[in-house]
Structures are given as C-alpha cells and as structure tokens.
Design a protein around this ligand. Structure first.
Ligand code: FAD
Length: 435
C-alpha cells in the first residue's frame, strides 16, 4: 500500500532542475531524511538535452547512467547511489496528482500523502500534442513526441525497426532540427514540415535560417514550409502510413516525430499560487507568493534583471542555475539571510550533424549578419548581432571556439554601443573579441 511520508524539503519533479537542486542541497548541507525528490520518471535526474542528440545516434548511443546530472555542465555525475549516500530520498515512478499548498501536502496517483515544510516546484514542461488540436488520426502508432527517456526509448526502437523507411518531422524548432538530423544519420528518408517561412523563427533571422536549411537540404533532407499537417492515415495495424498536409500534399511516412512546442506543467497549482506569463510567478530568489514554496526551471516566471522584465525561460542552462539559486536562497532564509538577486544572461544552444550554435542575450532590434554562412563551405563560421537602442543586446554564433563563445557571452552581457553598423558587419567576430 502507498506509504505516507514527511520531509523538510521536497523537490517536485525529477528533471534537470531537480538534479542541480540536489547537488546544491548537498553542498549547503542536508541531513539524511530531510530531502526528497519526487519524479514520475523511473530514473534519477539526467541531462534532458541528450535525448534528442546522442541518445538516438546509430553508433554507440548515449545511455543512462552516462548522462545523469550534473555532467552536462562539466560537473559531478550524480548516480542513484549518490542520493542514497547523502540520505536523499529519490521517490521515482511516482506521479503527484494533487498538491495542496495550504496544508503543505502532495498526493500521489497511488494515494500516498507526502508532506513538506518547504517545496520546490520543478515540474518542467510537457509537449503540445496534435491531438490537443483535434488533428485527425493523430493517435496512430509510430507518431512520436519527445520529452522523457521513455519517449526516447520508444522512438529508438521504431528507428531500428524502420531502417531505410520514411520519416516526417512536424515542426521546425530546435527539437525538429535536432531530430531531423539524427533520423537522417539513422539512414531514414527525412522530410521536415513547418508552417513558418523559415526554421526556428522565434530566434533565427532569415539569414541564419538560410544556412541551416541549405545545410539540411545538402544532407538530403526535404523541407516543406508554409503548411501544416492536418491529418494522418494509418494501416490495418493502426500504424501511421501517411501525413496529409493542408496544401493538399500527402507524404508517405513510417515514423512521424512531432516537435511543436511545450507548455509548463503548472495545473496542479492552479488557483493556489500567483501566475504570470503562463508560469508560476517568482521573485529573484525563485520564491513564489506562497510562503516556503519555490518554483524553478521551465515553470518559473522570474524577474530578468538585465532586461527589467518578467520572463519564463525553457532552456537547460536556466534550469540548472535557477535550481541552484532557489536552494541557496532557501538555505540562507533559514538563517535570516538573503542572497544576491538572480542576474541571468539568457543562453541557448543546439547541436546537430557537425553543427553547433550558441546564443546569448536578447534577440530584439535590428540584426547584422557576419561571417561565412554558405552551407556548402567546408568550415562555415558565421553569426548575428542584435542591436537595440544603439547597443548590442544579443549575439548568435555557429561553430565558435570556446574562447569565441566566451567573447560573445561577454558582449551580450556588457551591451557595448555600436556606432557604425556596416563596420560591425565587416568586423564580425573581431568586434566581440575586443571586450
Ligand atoms: P524537466 O527537466 O522537464 O523535469 C521535470 C520533471 O518533473 C520530469 O522528471 C517530470 O517527469 C517530472 N514531473 C512533472 N510533473 C510531475 C508530477 N505531477 N509528479 C511527478 N513528477 C512530475 N535546452 C537547451 O538549452 N538546449 C538544448 O539543446 C535542449 N535540448 C532539449 C532536448 C529535448 C528532447 C528536450 C525535451 C528539452 C531540451 N532542452 C534544451 C530544454 C531543457 O531540457 C529544459 O529546459 C529543462 O529540462 C527544464 O528543466 P526542468 O527541471 O524545469 O524540467
């Protein structure tokens, strides 16, 4: 039967934030039995970005325990044994179906009650499904979404079972781009479909996107833009066979992967905690308006000091740092102390094929493209500056060295003024390396 338990600290969610929170608790000092991490997943916290990259490689794919947190940022790999040694309870395969913040208690699907003194909400995001919009046939077999290790295992099996088959990727965001690449590496015939005029439109300019689309085409990936999937046909076994597009085209498909975005998992707390911009509203220590309740990672809408604005960030670097900040603040508050407010510089990255880009800062204002963005070049290297109110506020770089990436991060943080935009385009990376 389900067992009732009680802890001083509970982290709800067992993803990236949870792993970095656990490490921070251990650093700050936590006694055996004080901390529990509750996850509906069956495994200890891991670096989620691996799932759309090395996890699906045709040769020696990454597998757990290889990528448990905190290896993704060059830190110690926390194996399940580490939690045992520290006396941290990993309560796995346990979905919380009810949260009562007033009585400080959580209820699992099996009916167990878990009580806490302080709670860190780290439930992350869930994928948006085509069935949410009533797309016809969207529940056919071999239509995949990717969020958790279980999803990746199912996709991996399908890839192995459909060698030489046809794959359709629905969505042109970073999940779509990474999966398109890795499915191609697995010798599938890949077609990508998205409604926007170019891929990753929320970050990429047309100039940046032109490079990636050209590169993908040269790899043999077909790209269909400006239309959406409106339905799916399946065979007598219920397996997907074709994707029907709004423009009337029909694409054969043995595997479909959908990456059309995510939504933060906040429904457990509806009406109990203040929300903002789709997430749980926090202060610069990730404290919510409910005493002793914090929210971190994808679900937190926090004050971004640099831009003087409330923002929600769905990227791994912020998941790590917000978790550390929340634990530091929580521990400090026990001693009546406060800590420096979170001062986050947005950092996103992605990798696919031999490509690797980084972005720092804010993608607002005018843009200046620099470098060699010819997709047929043997060693392309290019980037983009975003300029607002005469200052550089964001920088994107493909194929940067570690030093160059450090330099662009510094520029995005410092926001140096720009006198001459043509000059900036000519200088390119040299401009960034001056700071
Ligand atoms: P998650 O890591 O999603 O963890 C949430 C955890 O909470 C999960 O274990 C979930 O099962 C659990 N949970 C949720 N609800 C409940 C409940 N009711 N009961 C129990 N447990 C629950 N970002 C980048 O910057 N670069 C990348 O290259 C990149 N690649 C990505 C690739 C993929 C495939 C995915 C899915 C995401 C990627 N991201 C990337 C985004 C990044 O992984 C997330 O921003 C990050 O994982 C957020 O951390 P989190 O702790 O908030 O949530």
């Amino acid at each position: 039967a389900a067992e009732d338990k009680s802890f001083k600290y509970v982290v709800l969610g067992g993803g990236v934030s949870a792993g970095y929170a656990a490490r921070q608790f251990a650093k700050e000092g936590v006694k055996p039995g004080e901390l529990a991490i509750i996850s509906k997943e069956a495994v200890a916290p891991y670096e989620r970005p691996a799932l759309s990259k090395a996890y699906l490689f045709p040769e020696s794919p990454a597998r757990l325990p290889g990528f448990h947190t905190c290896v993704g940022s060059g830190g110690e790999r926390l194996l399940p044994e580490w939690y045992t040694e520290k006396g941290i309870d990993l309560i796995l395969e346990t979905e919380i179906v009810k949260a009562d913040l007033a009585s400080k208690s959580l209820t699992s699907a099996a009916g167990a009650t878990i009580k806490y003194d302080s709670l860190i909400i780290a439930t992350g995001s869930t994928v948006i499904r085509l069935s949410d919009f009533g797309v016809q046939g969207a529940d056919a077999k071999n239509i995949f979404y990717l969020r958790e290790v279980d999803d990746a295992d199912k996709l991996y099996e399908a890839i192995k079972g459909k060698k030489g088959g046809k794959a359709v990727i629905v969505g042109g965001g970073y999940i779509g781009l990474e999966l398109g690449a890795v499915l191609k590496l697995n010798d599938l015939d890949v077609t990508m479909v998205y409604p926007e005029p170019w891929c990753m439109p929320r970050l990429f300019t047309s100039g940046i996107a032109a490079f990636y689309e050209g590169y993908y085409k040269n790899k043999g990936i077909q790209i269909i833009k400006g239309t959406v999937a409106t339905g799916f046909d399946s065979n007598e076994n219920g397996e997907v066979k074709a994707v029907k597009l709004k423009d009337g085209r029909v694409l054969d498909a043995d595997i479909v992967v959908v990456g059309v975005g995510g939504k933060p998992l906040v429904s457990l707390f509806k009406g109990q905690v203040e929300e903002a911009k789709g997430g749980i509203k926090t202060d610069a220590s990730f404290k919510t308006d409910v005493p002793n309740v914090y929210a971190v990672g994808d679900v937190a809408t926090f004050p971004m000091k640099l831009y003087n604005e409330l923002r929600r960030v769905e990227h791994v670097d912020h998941a790590r740092k917000s978790a550390e900040q929340a634990v530091k603040a929580l521990k400090a508050s026990e001693e009546g102390k406060t800590i420096d407010e979170y001062d986050y510089l947005p950092y996103f990255y992605s990798r696919a094929f031999n490509l690797s880009w980084q972005f720092y800062g804010d993608n607002v204002g005018d843009t200046v493209l620099f470098g060699d963005n010819d997709p047929t070049s043997s060693d392309p290297k290019f980037g983009t500056y975003w300029i607002k109110d005469g200052k550089v506020v964001g920088v994107f770089l493909e194929n940067g060295t570690p030093e160059e990436n450090k330099a662009i991060a510094k520029v995005a943080r410092l926001q140096p003024p720009v006198e001459n935009v043509d000059q900036l385009a000519k200088e390119g990376l040299t401009f960034a390396s001056k700071f």
